[in-house]
Design a protein around this ligand. Structure first.
Ligand code: ADP
Ligand code: MN
Ligand code: MN
Ligand code: MN
Length: 352
């Protein structure tokens, strides 16, 4: 008798040339949805995959009378859950007339990144995605006594041991699954608040940083589904003396990475300062609960920057100052930010 696990792991490669494509898209509130279809033929070029549609009236993205939202395949990754030749497909969303729907931020971002002045500067992004794991039944952080609190922050950041690190199996499963999928994941670490973790993606060029963060979030939520824990991207999951969750966005252009780059970095930071309010408004819901000026954040009301300063809006690393070239870190984005919005806005403000 076959077990369920045997069937889930069935190798289809000798039975059929067909493969399964899991189409992924962003819903009305920045969550992810997906559904699967059987395809055949080449699976390496998103422009060769068929468009598809979903019932937008069920996701709050279309009226019931004209409910179809059309999804366009944009980026392909290997599927770590089904493995074999099966794929994950990151899509964006359009009306039947071909207009991007309001929650489709990728369309405009792709336009900015294909602008010749932006493309010529080969913008790199390294995004640090912080997140919190919650116990499913009580929606309280993993490792915390239900209805109570753990000991104060201090031992948990990069910590080890059963009383300091909670959920490492999920974190490590996600790390390997992302590498398998072809995501440029660059590392993971335990965070200051117990039950909170971080993964980094990048450096990735232009629009691919957004595609990779969204698919890495998708893989993470699928893994938490298997593990029976809940993923939270809330920027301040627990009020009070507990660190919030951000999505620090590290950025450089070709000129910043070359001789004399530090001068250009300072100019770019000046441009970000002049558009501080616009950026803050687009950097994630609920970020005002996180950007208080405490817990390694800068107040959202005042732009600041500094070398090695983790209490500033923007931080330049010691190495970048010393070498006179490199990159900088925008520490303002919240964990629930849309990376298409944040990366394209930084490129637009600093390059156009
Ligand atoms: P932190 O010290 O703030 O915790 P991390 O090591 O978590 O920093 O993340 C740094 C990120 O910066 C990584 O995603 C890395 O890929 C990225 N990065 C490194 N060099 C560059 C660069 N030149 N341009 C953009 N991003 C970069
Ligand atoms: Mn980090
Ligand atoms: Mn961090
Ligand atoms: Mn950081």
């Amino acid at each position: 008798m076959a077990s369920l696990t045997d069937l889930i792991n069935l190798d289809l490669s000798h039975s059929t040339d067909k493969f399964i494509a899991e189409y992924i898209w962003i819903d009305a509130i920045g969550g992810l949805r997906s559904k699967a279809r059987t395809l055949s033929g080449p699976a390496n070029d998103p422009t060769k995959l068929p468009n598809w549609n979903y019932d937008g009236s069920s996701t709050g993205q279309a009226p019931g009378k004209d409910s179809e939202v059309i999804v366009y395949p944009q980026a392909i990754f290997k599927d770590p859950f089904r493995r074999g030749n099966h794929i994950l497909v990151m899509c964006d969303t359009y009306t039947p007339a071909g207009e991007p729907i309001p929650t489709n931020k990728r369309c405009n971002a792709a336009k900015i990144f294909s602008h010749p002045d932006v493309a010529a500067e080969v913008p790199w992004f390294g995004i640090e995605q912080e997140y919190t794991l919650l116990k499913k039944e009580v929606k309280w952080p993993l490792g915390w006594p239900t209805g109570g609190f753990p000991g104060p922050q201090g031992p948990y950041y990069c910590g080890i041991g059963a009383d300091k690190a909670f959920g490492r199996d999920v974190v490590d499963a996600h790390y390997k699954a992302c590498l398998y999928a072809g995501i440029n994941i660059s590392g993971i670490n335990g965070e200051v608040m117990p039950g909170q973790w971080e993964f980094q993606v990048g450096p990735s060029v232009g629009i691919s940083a957004g595609d990779e963060i969204w698919v890495a979030r998708y893989i993470l939520e699928r893994i938490t589904e298997i593990a029976g824990v809940v993923l939270s991207l809330d920027p301040k999951p627990i009020p009070g003396d507990w660190n919030g969750a951000g999505a620090h966005t590290n950025y450089s252009t070709k000129s910043m990475r070359n001789e004399g780059g530090f001068e250009l970095i300072k100019k770019a930071i000046g441009k970000l300062e002049s558009k501080h309010a616009e950026h803050i408004a687009a950097y994630g819901e609920g970020n005002e609960r996180r950007l208080t000026g405490k817990h390694e954040t800068a107040s959202m009301h005042k732009f600041s920057w500094g070398v090695a300063n983790r209490g500033a809006s923007v931080r330049v690393g010691r190495d970048t100052e010393k070498e006179g070239k490199g990159y900088f870190e925008d520490r303002r984005p919240a964990s629930n930010m849309d990376p298409y919005v944040v990366t394209s806005m930084i490129a637009e403000t600093t390059l156009l």
